[in-house]
Design a protein around this ligand. Structure first.
Ligand SMILES: [Zn+2]
Length: 255
């Protein structure tokens, strides 16, 4: 198994949105990323797809104001850097359906990958419920309700292979998919997605501020679970929006 963290540009957001703090005004840069896994049995797996190329038209004004896109790198270009096209992807996994993770799905229209989009069942249901009841927020229906898409939902856990396990987290969203990857050289890696945005959230046990995360209880319950897993598996963590980490990981191939 070979793993590449793909850097897909960045958005601005309030510092407090990522890590709760006194400073609710300062805007900081938050990286957008995806993870490419070249797997010997499954083929090419892509976890998340980044922003939409049409973010200026697609994203509602409040989303654009709260999270302005300051750099856009398309998933198509990032895959090209890896010598791949959208047609080479065998399976898509969406950590959750927010705009900065599901926004690149449109590139996969008509490919085999769009027939095989793994997402937690709770996430899929809640995303549709929200967009159909005027509570979309960071969910934008046009981005994930696309022509020809076939979702493959799972509950709780889904073992894709001996060395790839997906698990649904009830934090950040109704079903945010984390991933455990067992690699030969790096050992075990736990990909948290947005339940743990940054190292500060994890090490200092600081919950995010902002309006997306309704309660801090969910954050702490999930954090406890991740910390337990980390110890049991002696794992390295990969956070959802940690600038330094994503820049560093995106420079090399992990195996
Ligand atoms: Zn995100």
């Amino acid at each position: 198994m070979e793993i590449n963290v793909l850097y897909l540009g960045k958005i601005f957001c309030k510092r407090d949105n990522l890590v709760r703090c006194e400073d609710t005004g300062t805007m900081i840069q938050s990286p957008i990323s995806a993870i490419l896994i070249r797997h010997p049995q499954i083929g090419n797996i892509l976890y998340d797809t980044g922003n939409s190329p049409d973010y200026k038209q697609d994203y509602p004004v409040p989303v654009q104001e709260t999270y302005p896109v300051s750099e856009f790198i398309s998933i198509e270009d990032a895959l090209q850097q890896q010598g791949l096209t959208v047609n080479d992807i065998d399976m898509l996994i969406l950590s959750h359906l927010h705009f900065d993770h599901a926004g690149g799905l449109g590139y996969f229209k008509g490919t085999k990958a769009i027939q095989n989009v793994v997402v937690s069942e709770d996430e899929l249901k809640d995303a549709y419920f929200r967009v159909m009841t005027g509570q979309g927020g960071a969910y934008v229906k046009e981005l994930f309700d696309i022509d020809g898409i076939r979702y493959v939902p799972y509950q709780e856990e889904l073992r894709l292979a001996e060395d790839v396990l997906l698990f649904a987290q009830k934090s950040h969203t109704a079903g945010c998919t984390g991933m455990v990857l067992d690699t030969e050289q790096q050992g075990t890696m736990i990909v948290t997605s947005d339940t743990v945005y940054t190292e500060d959230n994890y090490k200092q046990e600081l919950p995010p501020g902002g309006s997306i995360n309704a309660t801090t209880e969910e954050f702490y319950t999930n954090l406890e679970r991740i910390k337990k897993m980390q110890v049991e598996l002696d794992a390295k963590l990969v956070y959802g929006h940690d600038f330094e980490q994503i820049m560093q990981l995106s420079k090399c191939t992990l195996a």
